[in-house]
Write a protein that binds this ligand. Structure first.
Ligand SMILES: [Zn+2]
Length: 361
């Protein structure tokens, strides 16, 4: 349990951050930018763009409203920042440019709304972006365990999901951990606490089989979930329109947990299938989940062998010429995260405060 002092510090940091974000929006951001204090290129990380029936079951942190993306594009236009693909940012960084007048817009997993909603919006604003494709979902129309989990929890609740998992799994430690996690959590946190157990603790084969059974028990199948994902014909059209595509593995597994050969297969095969459909070079990768413990240095080596130039992580911050190309930083934007937070990062307000006072906010 955090001490009262830690809790007070945490509250103070949150209040300070909120004040700085507000000040950025009230003009400090424009001032810092004019003074040349904005540094590096932002890369925004989203998943679904817009709210469609096919992804109604996904939680808010995987969706970004069209209004929010449009507000981002307008805010960038006011700042003279161009919205581009990751490859454009990396090319500028490789030339030694600071690239603070560029921002890359990325969409992970390969949802169909990236075509129906994001593409027209980006085109209207003369903008581009990068989509990272989870290849099995697109190529075989078979979704990951996580989507089965989210759908069942959305329709039947977490309680029911855990009851069913406990009944069907042969993975005893995970059964115990899930039951313990359910007992110790409630409300919206439950969805994430249980997901964390399944993500980091569960036996992969057992999880695949068990979530498939639970989905069937809920009267659903992968066929109900597949329409959430892009079709190859849509990917091909987006490629022709200048949208960049990168691989995101076959199964959306945590790469750092895999043996070298399996890692290689996840990277190489998801890339090969993408290269069969996309004419532009595939040189940008994104790690599933993307936290520093979800990938490792072996991934960098395998990506280089596969012809990649860079990979996106899920670490906050902007990117300058010195940023590790295998761990590009990204700023999340979704229904839970206000646009003002992203702007306070790219304008330099939050980074400047961190540099001056050496505080993590
Ligand atoms: Zn993903």
């Amino acid at each position: 349990m955090p001490s009262p002092i830690d809790r007070a510090k945490h509250r103070l940091k949150r209040a300070l951050r909120a004040t700085l974000v507000r000040a950025n929006g009230l003009g400090l951001g424009f001032l810092l930018r004019r003074l040349g204090l904005a540094r590096g290129a932002g890369i925004v990380m989203t998943h679904c763009v817009g709210h469609v029936d096919e992804t109604a079951y996904l939680p808010p942190d995987m969706k970004t409203s069209i209004e929010k993306v449009e507000a981002l594009l307008r805010a960038l236009e006011r700042r003279g920042v161009r919205c581009v693909a990751v490859r454009d940012v990396v090319a500028a960084l490789d030339r030694g440019e600071d690239a603070k007048d560029l921002l890359a817009f990325t969409m992970d997993d390969g949802y169909r709304d990236n075509y129906t909603h994001a593409l027209p919006l980006l085109k209207r604003h003369g903008a581009s972006g990068t989509v990272f494709v989870e290849s099995r979902a697109v190529d075989e129309r078979t979704v990951s365990w996580m989507h089965r989990y989210f759908l069942v929890c959305h329709e039947r609740g977490e309680e029911w999901f855990v009851d069913e998992y406990a009944k069907r799994t042969r993975d005893e430690p995970t059964r115990e951990k899930l039951l313990a996690a359910r007992a110790g959590t409630s409300g919206r946190g439950a969805l994430y606490d249980l997901k964390r157990v399944l993500k980091y603790e569960a036996d992969r084969d057992d999880r695949e089989r068990t979530t498939r059974e639970i989905l069937a028990a809920a009267g659903r199948s992968d066929d109900d979930l597949a329409p959430a994902y892009l079709e190859w014909s849509e990917i091909e059209e987006m490629d022709r329109e200048g949208i960049e595509f990168g691989a995101h593995t076959i199964h959306h597994e945590i790469l750092s947990r895999l043996e070298r050969e399996e890692k290689r297969r996840e990277i190489a095969e998801s890339t090969a299938v993408l290269r069969r459909h996309v004419r532009a070079p595939v040189t940008t990768f994104a790690y599933p989940f993307g936290r520093p413990w979800d990938y490792d240095e072996e991934c960098f080596e395998l990506l280089r062998e596969e012809g990649y130039a860079c990979a996106c992580a899920a670490i906050d911050g902007t990117n300058d010429p010195g940023t590790d190309r295998w761990q590009l930083r990204r700023l999340p934007l979704n229904d839970d995260i206000p646009l003002a937070d992203v702007l306070a990062e790219i304008d330099g307000t939050l980074p400047l405060f961190r540099r001056l006072f050496r505080v993590r906010i």
